[in-house]
Design a protein around this ligand. Structure first.
Ligand SMILES: C[S@@+](CC[C@H](N)C(=O)[O-])C[C@H]1O[C@@H](n2cnc3c(N)ncnc32)[C@H](O)[C@@H]1O
Length: 257
C-alpha cells in the first residue's frame, strides 16, 4: 500500500471518537503502527469493513494496539508459525495474526478457540472473506475441553510455539487454562496473557482476582520458569509514568528448554 494511503487510513482511526480506538488518539500515536502498516490495501480495507460491522452489531471486545504490536513483533521477528488462541471473539486478532502468518507463507498456522456459537460463526465468515481459510481455524469448543490441546497440535502439525490467552478473565478458569496449556506448549515456547493488570482484575465476574491473581499464583508454584507481567499494578484506565501503553497489562511465560 502507498504511504499516503496508509497514513489516510491511520488518520481515520485517530479521528474516530469510538472508545475502541483510544490508542490512536494518544498524544504519541501520530504514526502508523506496524500492525497496520504491514497490511496490503485489500487487507486494511477488510479491517475497516470489519470495524464498521462490529460497531454496527455491537461486537466490540478485541484486544488493542500495544498487545497486538507485541504479538506482531514476537511472531514476525522469530518466524513463529504454530499459534493457539484461547478466546477469539469476533476475530480481530485472528484476522491480523492470520495476515502476518500469510506474509510468512504459513499454512495451518493459527488454531483459535471460541465457546460462543454466533461469535465463532461471525469470525469464521470474516476469515473466509479475508482468504485465510488455509491459515486460521476457529474451533467452537472450550479451551478447557480435554480434547483441545490434541486438536490444536494435529491442525498445527506440532506443539504450539505460542499460546495467546485472552478468554474469560476469571481467576479460576485462567489458572486452569495455564495448567492445561503449559504442558502442551513446545519447549522454549511462550504463553502471552492479556489482562494481567490490577485494573483488568475487575473484569473477573466471580470477583476472585482475574488473570492477575492466576498468573501470580502460577508463578509462585513454578519458580523455575521465567514470568513477567507488564503494568501489573496499574489500577485504572490510564498508564501514567508507564512506558507500556495498555492499562490492561500483559503477561509472558517462557517455557524452558
Ligand atoms: C476478550 S475476548 C477475545 C478477543 C480476541 N482475543 C481478540 O483480540 O480479537 C474473549 C472471548 O473468549 C471467549 N471465551 C471465554 N471462555 C472461553 C473458553 N473457555 N474457551 C474458548 N473461548 C472462551 C469469550 O466467549 C469471548 O468471545
Amino acid at each position: 500500500m502507498s504511504a499516503p494511503e496508509t497514513a489516510r487510513r491511520s488518520l481515520a482511526l485517530s479521528a474516530s471518537a469510538e472508545p475502541r480506538f483510544w490508542w490512536h488518539r494518544l498524544p504519541r500515536s501520530n504514526y502508523v503502527p506496524p500492525i497496520f502498516a504491514s497490511l496490503s490495501d485489500d487487507e486494511w480495507q477488510l479491517m475497516e469493513d470489519w470495524f464498521a460491522e462490529t460497531t454496527r452489531q455491537n461486537l466490540i471486545g478485541e484486544c488493542v494496539v500495544p498487545i497486538m504490536s507485541l504479538l506482531h513483533g514476537v511472531v514476525m521477528g522469530s518466524g513463529i508459525q504454530r499459534i493457539v488462541q484461547l478466546g477469539t471473539h469476533a476475530g480481530y486478532s485472528s484476522l491480523l495474526l492470520g495476515f502476518y502468518l500469510r506474509q510468512m507463507h504459513a499454512r495451518h498456522g493459527f488454531f483459535c478457540f471460541e465457546i460462543d456459537e454466533p461469535l465463532c460463526r461471525f469470525a469464521r465468515e470474516w476469515l473466509e472473506r479475508a482468504g485465510l481459510a488455509e491459515v486460521v481455524r476457529v474451533e467452537l469448543r472450550s479451551s478447557l475441553d480435554p480434547a483441545s490441546p490434541g486438536l490444536a497440535r494435529d491442525y498445527l502439525g506440532g506443539a504450539p510455539e505460542l499460546v495467546f490467552l485472552d478468554s474469560s478473565h476469571e481467576y479460576r478458569q485462567t489458572l486452569n487454562e495455564i495448567e492445561a496449556w503449559y504442558p502442551a506448549l513446545a519447549a522454549g515456547g511462550l504463553i502471552v496473557l492479556h489482562d494481567t493488570s490490577e485494573f483488568a482484575a475487575s473484569f473477573d465476574v466471580t470477583g476472585e482476582g482475574g488473570v492477575r491473581r492466576a498468573l501470580q499464583e502460577w508463578r509462585k508454584s513454578h519458580p523455575e520458569v521465567e514470568v513477567i507481567s507488564l503494568n501489573h499494578n496499574v489500577p485504572a484506565m490510564e498508564t501514567p509514568g508507564m512506558v507500556y501503553q495498555d492499562f490492561c497489562g500483559v503477561g509472558l511465560i517462557q517455557k524452558p528448554v
